[in-house]
Design a protein around this ligand. Structure first.
Ligand SMILES: Cc1cc2nc3c(=O)[nH]c(=O)nc-3n(C[C@H](O)[C@H](O)[C@H](O)COP(=O)(O)OP(=O)(O)OC[C@H]3O[C@@H](n4cnc5c(N)ncnc54)[C@H](O)[C@@H]3O)c2cc1C
Length: 340
């Protein structure tokens, strides 16, 4: 039987975030002996948060050295927790903090690591994971013999663990850190204002903008300022996450008039991101394969395009509105303001 270590780092407030709770549910689903390994400035609140998860042990590495993301200290902590738990399988969330250090930890322990895992199952004690390759075109089911096996789960791909908090008894795992492990320090965090942050992974809707917003319209003119306002208002009213086609984000780099709040981080598709939202609405975008391949995990897909022969019409969308997106979004915003 596998010894499964659920490995997590705390968030700034000391709790476990949604990606960690998703990894916990995935770890639990494998059966086996579950051990929780927690890293953070303080880990007791996090242990209490998941006290009823069925973990047989709560191991912790804590202290100011482990408050922020840092390769040297995170890798040392994860390695010590894996050894203390004698883990054969390690399940962790694919946060930027863990994506940076866990492959190195697997190497130190002579194990193996798989990242971007989107499915975990067990059959007769054999663990199988799923992940996508070639920009979500091919799905693989993978089993591995070497241990420990690090399974790093893509955030948003699993239901989050839900359960009552309680009181957990944390066993501290001590680490002797070399001074060299403390060389890197976090001096501050620069983040956009909450309202300027247009990428919202937890939003119910993905709103995609295409290059059509900047093209000449029926009157022979472009209407970029109006497009900006319509899109901004919609995002503000709906709290949707903003995605874009490559053509539109590239236009900015070429010095053309373009929506000021878009960057390459918004790009969805083969050379962009593959977000996960229950619903998606594409506007002024042609729906070509390199773009729509990024919609693999969007539940319900709708698109507004003037072109009845666009890619969305060829099986890429559940519903295509052949209409002027300026007119449609103007009306949608009006209805949202009225609270309809
Ligand atoms: C190797 C490679 C990788 C790529 N990776 C990506 C990727 O990751 N993501 C990506 O998006 N693309 C990617 N592309 C580019 C992709 O093939 C398309 O060129 C791009 O998605 C087109 O963007 P678009 O649909 O916004 O623009 P366009 O093709 O210019 O389409 C604009 C659409 O807007 C419509 N329109 C105009 N005005 C209105 C209006 N008022 N109302 C409604 N509709 C209107 C037009 O009818 C048209 O259909 C890649 C290409 C290659 C070769």
């Amino acid at each position: 039987m596998e010894t499964i270590l659920f490995l997590a780092h705390t968030e700034a407030d000391g709790s476990l975030g949604k990606p960690a709770l998703e990894a916990l549910a995935a770890a639990q689903s494998l059966g086996g002996t579950l051990v929780a390994g927690l890293i953070g400035e303080k880990v007791q609140p996090a242990a209490d948060q998941i006290a009823t998860s069925g973990a047989t042990k709560f191991l912790g590495v804590s202290g100011t050295d482990f408050a922020s993301s840092r390769y040297a200290t995170d890798a040392a902590a994860a390695e010590a927790l894996c050894r203390a738990a004698q883990a054969t399988v390690v399940v962790a969330a694919g946060t930027s903090r863990f994506m940076r250090c866990l492959p190195g930890v697997a190497q130190r322990l002579g194990g193996r690591v798989d990242t971007h895992v989107t499915g975990l199952t067990t059959n007769g004690g054999n663990v199988t994971i799923n992940r996508w390759f070639y920009r979500q075109r091919m799905e693989a089911a993978i089993q591995r013999a070497p241990r420990p096996w690090f399974i790093v789960v893509d955030p948003g791909s699993q239901p989050a663990w839900q359960g009552a908090a309680g009181q957990a008894s944390v066993e501290a795992v001590a680490i002797a850190l070399a001074d060299s492990a403390r060389r890197t320090t976090v001096t501050g965090i620069r983040a956009p204002q909450a309202d300027a942050q247009t990428i919202r992974p937890d939003a119910a809707l993905l709103f995609v903008t295409g290059a059509g917003w900047t093209k000449k319209q029926a009157d022979g003119q472009t209407h970029v300022p109006e497009a900006e306002k319509l899109i901004r208002d919609f995002l503000h009213l709906s709290r949707a996450s903003l995605g874009s086609s490559k053509s539109l984000v590239d236009l900015g780099g070429e010095g053309q008039a373009v929506l000021s709040f878009l960057s390459h981080l918004n790009q969805v598709g083969q050379t962009g991101s593959t977000p996960r939202h229950p619903k998606g609405l594409s506007t002024c975008c042609h729906g070509e394969e390199p773009h729509t391949v990024g919609w693999r995990f969007i539940g319900e897909r709708r698109a507004i395009s003037l072109d009845p022969n666009c890619g969305w019409a060829r099986g890429k969308a559940d519903v295509l509105y052949v209409a002027d997106a300026f007119a449609v979004m103007r009306k949608v915003n009006e209805l949202l303001v009225q609270g309809v």
